[in-house]
Design a protein around this ligand. Structure first.
Ligand code: FPP
Length: 244
């Protein structure tokens, strides 16, 4: 069992396999996404219960805009409905909800719901649930670099001030600590343009389970895998053991 002191502070999840889950049941793809909302609810509950501080979910990537129009609009509708239905309960459970991504690309109705949900839960001190929508890791780095370049052009900083911290502070996750553990369901072993910068030292855990079937068994397996890893950050194993 993972113990309290080796629980990852920040877990990031690529929720893959909704389409295949639906196809196996001869259902349309959107039925898979709909069923995926249940797995989101369960994962939020588990993360809070196990003492995870930050949970970041990849709900819609920059690349997902090129899916069939009907699938995109059903997904957007699903986000609006899920927000409407779940925010009060998240709030009652002290969860702070935040969104990252190019939100200006979303429909005005969804942008408003996102802003209202962030405002309603902003004072909560429990799990921080971060949903990535219209998000891409390269987009994130580009928008951060643009902001740094803007400050340089304005004469607020010099070239020598541009370091890791200067760029990291302008990324969408800002001051949020980097994910310790990345979970990807659905059998593929890729990062798929998720938090490219922030995942630099994350432990990676992949499973074949399709996202709608993801639950307690899989989540705990991922936590146990994490608990067994020795994180070296470029040091030798002996160096790490000497300080622990
Ligand atoms: C990937 O499966 C999943 C998505 C692109 C959408 C994820 C959305 C949800 C789980 C819905 C709810 C989310 C929130 C935050 C309320 P896929 O369609 O790529 O599956 P496939 O690889 O089997 O085709």
């Amino acid at each position: 069992m993972a113990t309290d002191d080796n629980i990852p502070r920040h877990v990031a999840v690529i929720m893959d396999g909704n389409g295949r889950w639906a196809r196996k049941r001869a259902l349309p793809r959107h039925a898979g996404h709909r069923s995926g909302v249940g797995a989101v609810r369960e994962t939020v509950k588990l993360a809070a219960r196990r003492g995870v501080e930050y949970l970041t979910l990849f709900a819609f990537s920059s690349e997902n805009w090129s899916r069939p129009r009907d699938e995109v609009s059903r997904l957007m509708r699903l986000f609006v409905e899920a927000l409407q239905r779940e925010v009060d309960e998240l709030h009652r459970n002290n969860v702070r909800l935040e969104f990252i991504g190019a939100r200006e690309q979303l429909q005005p109705g969804l942008i408003d719901k996102i802003a209202a949900a962030e405002k309603q839960t902003s004072g909560n001190t429990g799990l921080r649930l971060i949903i990535a929508v219209a998000y891409g890791g390269r987009w994130d780095i580009v928008q951060a670099v643009r902001q740094v370049a803007g400050r340089l052009a304005a004469g607020e900083i010099t070239v020598a001030d541009i370091d890791d911290a200067a760029i990291a502070s302008q990324l969408q996750l800002g001051e949020v600590p980097d994910p310790d553990l990345l979970i990807r369901t659905g059998g593929e072993q890729r990062i798929s343009n998720f938090l490219l910068w922030n995942l630099a030292y994350a432990e990676l855990w992949f499973c074949d389970t399709l996202w709608p079937d993801f639950g307690e068994k899989e989540f705990d397996e991922a936590l146990e895998y994490y608990a067994r890893r020795q994180r070296r950050y470029g040091h030798t194993g002996e160096q790490v053991e000497a300080v622990s």
